[in-house]
Each structure stands twice: as C-alpha cells, then as structure tokens.
Design a protein around this ligand. Sequence first.
Ligand SMILES: [Zn+2]
Length: 175
Amino acid sequence: MNAPPPLPPRAADYKFCLRCGQTLERRLVEGVLRPVCPACRKIHFIDPKVAVAVIVERGEQLLLIQRRGDPEKGKWSMPAGFVDAGEDPARAAEREVREETGLHVRVTALLDVIAKTEPAEGADILIVYRAEAVGGSLTPGDDAAAAGYFAPADLPADLAFASTRTVITRWLAGR
Ligand SMILES: [Zn+2]
C-alpha cells in the first residue's frame, strides 16, 4: 500500500472553513491531499507565499542590510520582504527598501524568479528586482542593524541564506 501524499505546505494550519466555519476534512483532490469543507464543499487551496528581494545598485556596488532579528540575525542580505495581497510586487520591493534602509528607489528591471527558497525565509516564490536610488537617505530601519553599499569583491563574510549568494552571483553574471 502506498503512503498517503503529504499535505501541501501550511495546509495543516487550516482547521476550519473560511467560508462557513465547519471543521475541515482532508481529502484527496486530483492526487493532492487538501483541506476540504464537508458542509459547503469548498476546497481550500493554499496560495504560495511570495516575497521580493532587491538589488539596489550604485555603480559597481550593491546595497545590503544586516538583519536585526531572526532568522539569520546579524547576517547580511538584500532588502526583502513579503508581498501583500493586492500589492504590485515591484511596489512591494520599493516599499521594503524604503522601510529597511530609508532609501527611495525605483525598480529598473526584473532579475530573477526563484522557486521554493529556504524554509527559514518563509517564501515559496522569491522575485528579485534590480533598482536604483532616487531619493531618501541611507538609515537602517527597524528590521536592520546596519545598511551599506558593498563592492562584489568586498562582500561581508556572513551572508544570510544561501539564496543571497545565488542572487548576487546571477546579478554579477548579468551585468
Ligand atoms: Zn464550508
């Protein structure tokens, strides 16, 4: 006998129907185990969590922040964060940079879309943009202990998340 398929990520958090409040059951729907409402028959599909990360360029340098909190506290990464429902991801990218560094930036290009990033990052899809500063002043925000521009040859040794180095490598390859 085959083992039942695993629940999709976060599906175990779904206990009650969002539409009618009934306790959910788990049923196979086209080969995938999903929370299903036995009363109103709503199938609760789990939407992917989408995050944005931003390479803010200044000449040959890019902007990094030192993370104030967990995960990866004290390590360095690009400004990044989750996209809100209804929010244009490019605007989310500009918002995250503003919140974390005080800089006002303009997205200039899409660099990459990365599927299934590390669990610690909490995103299923990471959209990476290139951007340039158009105003503001460099001041670490609530989530950042420090922020600064770095040359590729002079990056901090303790980069957060494997994806940070992957993204920087792809950025360098595309210049
Ligand atoms: Zn229901």
